[in-house]
Design a protein around this ligand. Sequence first.
Ligand code: SAM
Length: 386
Amino acid sequence: MAGGRVFAQGDSGGEVGARRHLFGYNAGISACERGKQWQRALALLSEMRESRLEPDVISYSAGIRACEVSELWAKALDLLESMLGARVDPAAAGSPDEGLYVHDVEAGGPKDVFKHIVLVALLQQMAAGADPFTFIDMHAASGVYNLSSEETLRCRILERGVLRLSHAAEGSGKGLVADYLAAVWRCNKALDSSSRALTLYPGSPALAWQWLRPQDTAVLFEAATEPYEALRRTFSLLDRGVGRRLSLLHDDSYMRLTFGPWPWPSGRQLVLLDPPYDSIQSHGTWNVFVLRRLLQRSPSSCVALWYPLVDQEKVASLHSRVQSLAAGSVLVAEMWLEGSWPRGEALQGSGILVVNPPPAVHAQLLAALPELQGALGATGSRVLWL
Ligand SMILES: C[S@@+](CC[C@H](N)C(=O)[O-])C[C@H]1O[C@@H](n2cnc3c(N)ncnc32)[C@H](O)[C@@H]1O
């Protein structure tokens, strides 16, 4: 294939022929991704268009990844822009309903605890301002997790997370960690008043709910049906006529917020992107693309993106891509549970980067992370400005 066309014109006609051609091109572009041949991948995509063969989501995604593996982020973003401009539906690569991700497995584990403590810091600072704000959760999931569910118990992950923290922090009544634990207990009391043990773990929407005031609004997106139904049930119990403004949307937040006819809320916003990293749509280029779109739409929004720490190179490249958006101040908080930085071993842990954070969050995290690290037995943490 090197250098030549994947198919000569007239190889075979009709729909079957076109499908075969598409398949051949897709295989070719995927091979370029593996071989880091981004120029060849882009050439194949243009060749397809020239021969009136429309690239599909697989062709574009392989092209985007070929640019990603060569660290050509601007080209990857352009390609994604062209894909959406050509109205190629990214959901055709698999919807969250078909994904493998089940958040119950992670609920209350150390990565969740870290993420939610950072979220609590952001919520506290947003709620400290007098003006109303809107909390937009782009990946809401179920809202609350049953800690005695088979899934959660089987993984025993919460023993290393919220339960461990709760024992370690017993009696220490002040600060971010204590505020987070109090919120976990409040949610248990609100939904299961009879229990004296922790039986539920609040996810991001249920935590956020506790800091929203009557003048604030929550907009919660969940694309998959099962967690969306669970979210609805959770909020019918949590809401109980308190009167806070709430909008639950069973929809793809990336498409709705970046392209859809969605009225962007006025005033301050806190946006949380907490993707499952299980589909083309929730991977690197997409998140940076969505971040760029959101900040173009509303440059002063505070936007937080969670990411897993598995590979230092990938993390460094995510940081530099977000920096290259020049979108405002960016605060990063990371905690690794195994491995150490920057020695190059495989890491385990999670990070959050926050564009336009409320300034006081920096000091809050600097004070809280050493306590959290000690309590969770984590091997390291850091807070820095990009
Ligand atoms: C990591 S979980 C979110 C956990 C939640 N933020 C928390 O802290 O409790 C990711 C969720 O995002 C949903 N999801 C994936 N892609 C989505 C999209 N494009 N729009 C809305 N929801 C999506 C998945 O179905 C999954 O329930």
